[in-house]
Design a protein around this ligand. Structure first.
Ligand code: NAD
Length: 475
């Protein structure tokens, strides 16, 4: 049993605010409650973060901050099973996923930014002057100040810490608001930051919904100096408006409608296995999941048969996060069944036990829909992939690059030259060749078009969460 959901403000846990129910998506049952932070508490969190910036945390050296981040990582590792259990309870995801991806990645987020920070050099230049004595320019990186971190429900701790770690590394203080659907691991993280000796007010946590609640109040708060957000593109637009009012910088990781391209020369075993992962991991509730697959015509039929057979065999997958999300996905499936063909899945599974009250959808393979169909154009964020044929490399690129999003894409081919031609020509932030979701945390991560603004990962995050300042000294 995880800790009760509480806010963490200025070093104190607090359960103030009208509670709303926390629902277990596996069985559709209310299992707890989440206090909705009142506006006054959001304000107090921002003020506590400002004070910590002026006070102890602001005076810690980069080396001290790096050590603190490693202590947070140690703290997560020492309570690993508690974190895994809390993540699984909130999201319904299989234990294996939380234990091999979510929680280890949260640990790695803290460690990798701590190590990068420790190894970061500052820049300097010698400049000529008319009197020949010269000048020395050097750049110092300062924190932005108080940063709001707003995160979604699909990879709750992973995505929260992906922003919190670099923000803290660069000396900022944080007010975090996790998704109202998955608040529990953030509470454990708050406990760990306290155990790791982070000064009160360095990391603050408020719970609540977005519009007309804690999320909106945080983004509109004049004391917030920057906003790091992961979530839907539409929410990004709303948050950008709030940030624009005071010209606060934003870093946005938003939605996707990711394409996969399977060329006839691909290793089909690898392409089928890779697509099973890329379409159905966490029941398609990963921003990087493939929802559109374009297959070169000569291998389409074989590929479709094999993918559908694998989808039908899948067990051990998790539910949709909520009844509302399940209904949204089912809405797409109903329209797709009327307008195209369902090769596998297409409905809610029946288990014959208490999971039938949960929010499940079968792994689904669709085909035969026009490119402008909502199930092909819009982000479904469920275990649903649509297959369509292509005849030329040029057509494959046009299909993949059409649409409002540009997060990630995957190319399956054994032709080396083609791989290097096609991958960089994709309008996305991340392209994989013969793999999916293989990540090195130092590489740039993010999307183009409606999929995001800015890049996270490695130095990209450390640069976003800091302001370079030049000092020029006449020698
Ligand atoms: P969401 O936009 O509904 O919510 C995300 C967070 O924003 C939540 O904490 C929510 O409470 C808050 N929020 C909502 N409205 C707000 C408002 N008006 N002001 C301030 N905060 C507000 O997204 P979601 O449903 O939680 O997550 C799924 C979406 O996230 C999908 O679109 C998915 O593609 C995207 N996503 C993107 C990435 C990426 O790295 N690009 C990663 C994961 C998820």
């Amino acid at each position: 049993m995880s800790s009760p959901v509480r806010h963490y403000v200025g070093g104190d846990f607090d359960a103030s605010g009208e509670p709303f129910p926390l629902v277990d998506p596996v069985h559709g049952r209310v299992v707890g409650e989440v206090p909705a932070a009142p506006a006054e508490l959001v304000d107090r969190a921002v003020r506590a973060a400002r004070e910590a910036l002026r006070g102890p945390w602001g005076s810690w050296s980069p080396a001290e901050r790096a050590r603190a981040l490693h202590r947070v990582a140690d703290g997560i590792e020492s309570r690993f099973e508690e974190f895994v259990a809390a993540e699984c309870a909130d999201t319904g995801k299989p234990r294996e996923l939380a234990a091999t991806v979510d929680i280890p990645r949260a640990v790695a987020n803290f460690r990798s930014y701590a190590d990068l920070l420790a190894g970061r050099a500052e820049q300097s230049w010698h400049t000529g002057t008319p009197d020949g004595r010269g000048a020395l320019n050097y750049t110092v990186r300062k924190p932005l100040g108080v940063v709001a971190v707003i995160s979604p429900w699909n990879l709750p701790l992973l995505l929260l810490t992906w922003k919190v770690a670099p923000a803290l590394a660069m000396g900022n203080t944080v007010v975090a608001k996790p998704s109202e659907l998955t608040p529990s691991t953030a509470v454990l993280l708050a406990e760990v930051t306290a155990e790791a000796g982070l000064p009160a007010g360095t990391f603050n946590l408020v719970h609540g919904k977005g519009a007309g609640a804690a999320g909106q109040w945080l983004t509109e708060h004049p004391g917030i100096d920057a906003i790091a957000f992961t979530g839907e593109s539409g929410t990004g637009t709303t948050i950008m408006r709030a940030a624009a009012a005071r010209l606060a910088p934003v870093s946005f990781e938003l939605g996707g409608k990711n394409a996969g391209l399977v060329f006839a020369d691909a290793d089909l075993d690898a392409a089928v296995a890779g697509t099973v992962r890329s379409a159905f991991t966490h029941s398609g509730q990963v921003c990087l999941c493939t929802e559109r697959l374009y297959v070169e015509r000569p291998v389409l039929e074989e590929f479709a048969d094999r993918l559908a057979a694998e989808a039908r065999k899948l067990t051990g997958y998790g539910p949709m996060i909520s009844a509302a999300h399940r209904d949204k996905v089912l809405g797409y499936l109903t329209r797709a069944a009327a307008d195209g063909q369902v090769l596998a899945g297409g409905a809610a599974p029946r288990f014959g036990d208490d999971r039938d009250d949960g929010f499940w959808i079968e792994p689904t393979v669709l085909t035969g829909l026009p490119e402008d169909h909502p199930a092909v154009r819009e982000e479904i964020f469920g275990p649903v992939v649509h297959l369509a044929p292509f005849d030329t490399e040029e057509e494959a690129l046009t299909l993949a690059n059409t649409g409002p999003y540009g997060l990630a894409a995957t190319v399956w081919t054994t032709d080396l030259a083609r791989a290097h031609r096609v991958a960089p020509a994709l309008d996305v932030g991340i392209a994989w060749v013969n793999t999916w979701n293989l990540r090195d945390l130092r590489t740039p991560f993010g999307g183009v078009k409606a999929s995001g603004i800015g890049r996270e990962g490695g130095d990209h995050s450390l640069d976003f969460f800091s302001e370079p300042m030049n000092v020029c000294v006449k020698l």
